[in-house]
Structures are given as structure tokens and as C-alpha cells.
Write a protein that binds this ligand. Sequence first.
Ligand SMILES: [Zn+2]
Length: 108
Amino acid sequence: MKPVSVDILGTPHKIIWCKTAQEVDDGGRTLLDGQYDSWKSVIRIHDIERPMEDKLQTLWHEILHGLEKILHTGDLDDRVVDLLATGITYVMLHNDFDVKSWDITQKE
Ligand SMILES: [Zn+2]
């Protein structure tokens, strides 16, 4: 099941899965795969007829924009954001990190 919200450093963000690329743009002017709205804390993702890997990459792209805003990094180059999103997506898909099972209190 796809997530409907994501907590980015304590700020809850709603995730809206859109049927069309036009619906992703809140203003309906541009065709987009994803959009981050810092005012409303909303991430919109184009959902239909796209592979899961692409949607996950787009979600990470928008989460990184959220981090950019919340951490006041200033505007990051969108190509860098996209490459980082691609890298994070790859690592997520090719590793089985069940991090919630990691017991950080256990001594070696
Ligand atoms: Zn971007």
C-alpha cells in the first residue's frame, strides 16, 4: 500500500497520488511527475501508468525538496536533487534494511 503521509523532520506531509500529470500541478498549468508544496506541506505524485521505481524516485525527489526547505539549505540544483533521489531509490530497492528490527541498545 502506498504511503499517504510522510514525516519530514517532525513536519507531517500529506502525499496525494494523482491520476494525471496535469493534476500533479496544483495550478493545473504544467504536466509534472511530482510537486512539493511547502505552504500546505503536501507532496503530489503522478500515480498512473508509471513503474513503482519511478514513483519511488519521484517521491524521494520531493522529500529531498522538503528537507531542502525545512533545513534552509537554500535552493539546491534540481539535477543534484534528482541524482540523490535516484541513488536513495536504488539503495532502498537493492537492500533489505529492516531498520525497526535493529536493537540499538544491545551490547556487542
Ligand atoms: Zn525538483
